[in-house]
Design a protein around this ligand. Structure first.
Ligand code: GDP
Ligand code: MG
Length: 419
């Protein structure tokens, strides 16, 4: 392929600021963007990790103020299974395709060593599906369902004693793959003073183990203050409920106990509102973006490197995709050729060996045949000799017999004369 020299003008150097004499209209670009996004709808995928019975399904119902109708899972599963369900939700004119991925059987096995593996595999599989679509010649990224997990809500058991080792191991394995928001489940079971200590302990343990959890972004001024305050409230202590009680004229989600009522949306009762605010109302787009630009990017980079692609060669010089591909192709061809040559050599060698073997056995056969022939003629000669000898003996015998006969007659004659 002939190289084409194209002079690329240095844009920055030629950049001039111009004033417009009147209204042109490209100030509508943000609106165009909004309209387009609203039209195509949004996708958001949540993964809930936590032991069975920690209130994952209840919290999802509470968060989206609906009933996803999930059947409670048993505690007896032999391994962790990931189950994803997708729902189409609509609020005013905005459509949201929401996928909730549940870790069924998480933490239920006696040996919990591999509990996180199913989760990691699931997250990787979604990245891989997206990567494969991206690498296709005919891509349909906008129409195919993006199943990459945008956020992982990690449900912590409200023990008041800090994290379990399974929690730490799993979050450590996931922190480069997904935005993790740890939450304290069933926070109505823990007292106010205990909760503060528990939260501090969890944060301490996470940082001691180098687990990176999702930080609400503070680079956008409009939300920087709220987000930075909210970052200090993590892990949110949440309560979920499918029961409603009337408070004044409003019906709200709550949990009723003999000693009182926990209102899910009451900020002095729990952090549910904070979680909903951060997860859905303020940072949903940031989590979608971080998933693509940070976590997926890392996965993509690792996978392409695994496949043997690189941006720079050993001398740190830029290498294009095509160069890498061609180098790989010629390497592959050379390898193929040397393999072919090796196989050919081996074949020739084998044929030679077989030929020599055949020649040897032919020689053997020949020698055996010669020996047999020799033995046979020897035998024949011996027999001939024996026959001759016998014949001679026979002649001799006959002769002697005749002689004896004559002698007998003579002797008898003499005797007659004597009488
Ligand atoms: N005390 C308390 N119980 C809860 C809470 N959320 C859910 N539960 C109860 O815990 C049980 C299991 O909840 P579920 O949502 O099925 O848990 P999952 O297995 O994690 O999906 C149910 O009886 C719920 O009513 C909560 O915030 N506090
Ligand atoms: Mg459930």
């Amino acid at each position: 392929m002939a190289a084409v020299d194209v002079e690329i003008p240095k844009l920055e150097q030629n950049l001039r600021n111009l004033k417009l004499a009147g209204h042109v209209g490209f100030d509508s670009l943000p609106d165009q963007l909004v309209n387009k996004s609203v039209q195509s709808g949004f996708v958001f995928n949540i993964m809930c990790i936590g032991e069975t019975g920690l209130g994952k399904s209840t919290l999802m119902d509470t968060l989206f103020n609906t009933s996803f109708e999930s059947a409670p899972s048993p505690h007896t599963l032999p391994s962790v299974k990931l189950k994803a369900h997708t729902y189409e939700l609509q609020e005013s004119s905005v459509r949201l395709k929401l996928t909730i991925c549940d870790t069924v059987g998480y933490g239920d096995q006696i040996n919990k060593d591999d509990s996180f593996k199913a989760v990691v595999d699931y997250i990787d599989a979604q990245f891989e599906a997206y990567l494969q679509e991206e690498l296709k010649i005919k891509r349909s990224l906008s129409s195919c369902h993006d199943s990459r997990i945008h956020v992982c809500l990690y449900f912590i058991c409200p023990t008041g004693h800090g994290l379990k080792s399974l929690d730490l191991v799993c979050m450590k394995k996931l922190d480069t793959k997904v935005n993790i928001i740890p939450i304290i489940a069933k926070a109505d079971t823990i007292s106010k003073s205990e909760l503060q200590r528990f939260k501090a302990k969890i944060i301490q343990e996470l940082s001691n183990n180098g687990v990176q959890i999702y930080q609400f972004p503070t680079d956008d001024e409009t939300v920087a203050d709220t987000n930075s305050t909210m970052n200090t409230h993590v892990p949110f202590a949440v309560v979920g409920s499918t029961e409603f009680v009337r408070v004044g004229s409003k019906s709200m989600r709550a949990r009723q106990y003999p000693w009182g009522t926990v209102q899910v949306e009451n900020e002095s009762h729990c952090d549910f509102v904070k979680l909903r605010e951060m997860l859905i109302r303020t940072n949903m787009e940031d989590m979608r973006e971080k998933t693509h630009t940070k976590h997926y990017e890392l996965y993509r980079q690792k996978r392409l490197e695994q496949m043997g692609f690189t941006d720079v060669d050993s001398d740190n010089k830029p290498v294009s995709f095509q160069q890498t591909f061609e180098a790989k192709r010629s390497n592959h061809l050379a390898e193929l050729q040397s393999k072919e040559e090796e196989v050919r050599q081996m074949f020739v060698q084998r044929v030679k060996e077989k030929e020599a073997e055949l020649k040897d056995s032919e020689k053997d056969l020949h020698a055996k045949f010669e020996k047999l022939k020799k033995d046979h003629s020897e035998e024949k000669r011996k027999l001939e000799d024996a026959r001759k000898k016998l014949e001679e003996e026979f002649v001799e015998f006959n002769r002697r017999k005749a002689q004896m006969a004559t002698h007998h007659t003579l002797t008898l004659g003499k005797n007659k004369k004597g009488k």
